[in-house]
Write a protein that binds this ligand. Structure first.
Ligand SMILES: [Zn+2]
Length: 370
């Protein structure tokens, strides 16, 4: 089993650096607001760099010596932030350390080993929100910030408790809410926060391997310079296309071991369908190769591609010889949809600490039967 790579994105490095290139405009908009709303929502698919942006903004708001663009990195407030001792900052859930901003890896720790010491995404409870009361009722001229990460995981009671604070904002207090799934937030919360417009790289247009759009080119360059291996512009564009243009997630794909096994996934599926391989053998093999959660991600991506091919649309992944998999054209669409559903179900049970082996066995069975 390959070692999981540790994330290169730590806030202690990024509080004071340049904003991510695709969020540069958003950053300008944030710091140039004449009157800052007391509740901001940072929402969008994972891998856009929302947390990166939030932590830079936290540093900027709290810094006692900032310039027009950035926190200073050396005043008392900035030092507190680096040491995770900033008294004017509260973070919910509290185990989401502000130094860990990698939003891609965060939800993927449910692979067998790590699962045992860390529960999957838990909800934010009313007590977590009530515990803020002393902090909110302090009298202080310095700004105070509450970051609510994964705000969509608030229980209804927690959301209602937060709502009270949002309706009667204490002076100098700012709430920064982060979510990968804004549709899961209560409408009452949504109506009380100002959503920050995140500038997302637009759909890449490649002309002879060169991206046309400057914003995209800056994003591609960023990805290139932050990866340890050589990747071409075309490979980067392809990865971006597969993940709704979320650059950090595209980086994760390109660095992962499983992304290179896309062709093998198709071969396994074909072998399972034709009975050349048993689901037990396939399950055993893949368990030794890829974590279950990564394999599920691989299934999602590949089935998305298979759907495109089935509908006779061009596949996003041009590095696969799709003609070798002509059997796809004959699979009924409702069977493919059912397979997607099964995979989503297994993913959910995986988050509830179901064993990898069990999940893998079910998956291979489902693939064989589709
Ligand atoms: Zn400072």
């Amino acid at each position: 089993m390959p070692e999981k790579q540790t994330s290169p994105y730590f806030a202690s490095d990024i509080y004071f650096t340049e904003p991510l290139p695709w969020l540069a405009q958003t950053w300008q908009m944030l710091i140039n607001q004449s009157q800052l709303s007391h509740a901001l929502l940072f929402a969008g698919v994972k891998g856009l760099g929302k947390r990166h942006l939030v932590w830079q903004f936290v540093a900027y708001l709290l810094c006692q010596n900032r310039d027009s663009q950035r926190a200073c990195g050396s005043c008392q407030s900035c030092l507190w932030l680096k040491d995770i001792k900033q008294p004017n900052l509260k973070l919910i859930p509290s185990h989401h350390l502000p130094t860990l901003i990698d939003e891609v890896d965060k939800n993927k720790k449910s692979s067998a080993k790590i699962n045992q010491d860390k529960p999957a995404k838990s909800s934010i409870k009313i007590d977590d929100i009530r515990a803020l009361t002393p902090f909110l009722s302090q009298h202080s001229d310095a700004p105070r910030i509450v970051v609510v990460d994964d705000a969509d995981t608030m229980t209804v009671a927690a959301a209602n408790a937060l709502l009270k604070s949002l309706e009667e904002p204490a002076p100098n207090v700012y709430f920064l809410l982060i979510t990968d799934s804004p549709t899961k937030l209560l409408p009452t919360i949504l109506s009380r926060v100002q959503r920050v417009a995140l500038t997302i790289p637009t759909t890449p247009i490649i002309i002879q391997g060169h991206a046309k759009d400057n914003n995209i080119q800056a994003t591609v360059n960023y990805i290139k310079s932050h990866l340890n291996q050589n990747v071409t512009d075309v490979q980067i564009q392809q990865a971006l296309n597969l993940v709704q243009n979320a650059p950090l997630q595209a980086m994760e794909l390109l660095q992962s071991d499983w992304y290179a096994k896309r062709d093998l996934w198709l071969k396994t599926w074909h072998a399972l369908r034709t009975g050349k391989r048993t689901s037990t053998a396939a399950s055993d093999y893949w368990q030794g190769e890829v974590y279950l959660q990564d394999f599920i991600e691989l299934c999602h991506i590949m089935l998305g591609e298979v759907m495109r091919v089935r509908y006779e649309m061009p596949a996003t992944t041009q590095d696969i010889n799709w003609q070798a998999y002509s059997f796809i054209a004959n699979i009924p669409i409702d069977r493919l949809s059912a397979l997607q559903q099964t995979i989503a179900d297994i993913q959910r049970s995986g988050q509830q600490n179901v064993q990898d082996k069990l999940g893998y066995d079910k998956l291979m069975q489902a693939l064989a039967e589709t």
